[in-house]
Design a binder for this molecule. Structure first.
Ligand code: SAH
Length: 252
C-alpha cells in the first residue's frame, strides 16, 4: 500500500525542505516523490544534510513541470492546505485520510497523491480545484502554517498508521476501476468545450461554473465506465450544437 502513495511538492524554494521531506517519507516507508517546478536546486548540501541518509529519495525524485504530469495516473488526489478557501471543497482530517487509504488503494490501478504547496504561498485555487479533497492538519488557528517537511511528516505518519492497522481489502473488479486524474481532466475539458458550444457557459463570465462542476464530479468519484458514458453524451451533444464557422471544436 505505501508504495502506491506519492508525495508531490509544488514550487518548493528551499532545498532543505526537499531533504526534510525525503527523510520524513523514508522514516514512514514512503518512496515515491515528485517535484513540480521546484524553484531551487534539488540536490544541494542542505538537502542532503536534511535528508540524513534518505538522499536516495531526493536523487530519485521525478521532476516535472506541471501538477497534471505528477498525478496523471492517480485515482485519488488530496491537497494539503493550511487555509480555507473561497469555494469550500470536501475537507478531510489527516486521520480520515489514513482511514480511507486501505480501501482507496485496494484496486490494482489505484494510486494516491498527496499534494503540498509552496513555502510562501501554498497551493493556488486552480491547483486545489484539481484535488478530490483537501486535508487540513488541525493547528492553532492563529498560527496554522506548518513547515513543509513537517506537514509531510504528519500525513506520512497517518499513512503508516493506516498501513499498520489496515486489513487488506478485496481488490475491485476491473470494470469498477475509478477514473484517474488524466481521464477526469480530459472529461472537464470536453465538458467545458461542450457547454461553450451550446451557449450554456461563457468563459468571459465564468461565475465559478467549472469550479462547481469540478467539485460536484470529484465528490462523486466517477468510475472510468461512468465517465465514458458522460463523454459519449457530450460527444452527441456537440454534434447537435449549432456550428459556427469561426469555431474550432477538435475532438479529444
Ligand atoms: N504560507 C502558506 C503555507 C505554506 S506551508 C499559506 O498560507 O498557504 C507549505 C505547505 O505545507 C502548504 O502549502 C501545505 O501543503 C502544507 N501545510 C502547512 N501547514 C498545513 C496545515 N496546517 N494543514 C495542511 N497542510 C499544511
Amino acid at each position: 500500500m505505501l508504495d502506491r502513495i506519492r508525495i508531490v511538492l509544488i514550487g518548493t524554494s528551499h532545498p532543505g525542505n526537499i531533504g526534510g521531506t525525503a527523510r520524513a517519507m523514508h522514516n514512514m516507508g514512503l518512496a515515491d516523490l515528485a517535484l513540480v517546478s521546484p524553484r531551487c536546486e534539488t540536490v544541494t548540501a542542505d538537502s542532503v544534510s536534511r535528508a540524513s541518509g534518505a538522499d536516495h529519495l531526493v536523487n530519485g525524485a521525478r521532476v516535472v513541470e506541471t501538477l497534471e504530469q505528477a498525478v496523471a495516473d492517480c485515482t485519488l488526489v488530496v491537497g494539503a492546505s493550511a487555509r480555507s478557501r473561497t469555494l469550500p471543497w470536501p475537507m478531510i482530517t489527516p486521520r480520515e485520510l489514513g482511514g480511507r487509504l486501505p480501501t482507496e488503494l485496494a484496486g490494482n490501478d489505484a494510486r494516491v497523491a498527496l499534494v503540498f504547496g509552496r513555502e510562501d504561498s501554498g497551493l493556488t485555487n486552480a491547483e486545489l480545484q484539481r484535488c478530490h479533497a483537501h486535508v487540513h492538519i488541525p493547528t492553532n488557528p492563529d498560527f496554522s502554517s506548518l513547515n513543509l517537511a513537517a506537514a509531510v511528516q504528519v500525513l506520512a505518519y497517518e499513512c503508516r498508521l493506516a498501513w499498520l492497522a489496515g486489513e487488506p481489502a478485496e481488490p475491485e473488479a476491473p470494470d469498477q476501476a475509478l477514473a484517474n486524474h488524466q481521464e477526469l481532466e480530459h472529461y472537464f475539458a470536453h465538458l467545458e468545450r461542450t457547454l461553450v458550444a451550446i451557449g450554456f457557459h461563457d468563459p468571459a463570465t465564468p461565475r465559478q461554473l467549472m469550479a462547481r462542476l469540478r467539485r460536484f464530479t470529484l465528490r462523486a468519484r466517477p468510475e472510468r465506465m461512468e465517465l465514458n458514458i458522460l463523454r459519449g453524451i457530450l460527444s452527441d451533444t456537440e454534434k447537435l450544437a449549432p456550428r459556427r464557422d469561426d469555431e474550432d471544436r477538435p475532438g479529444q
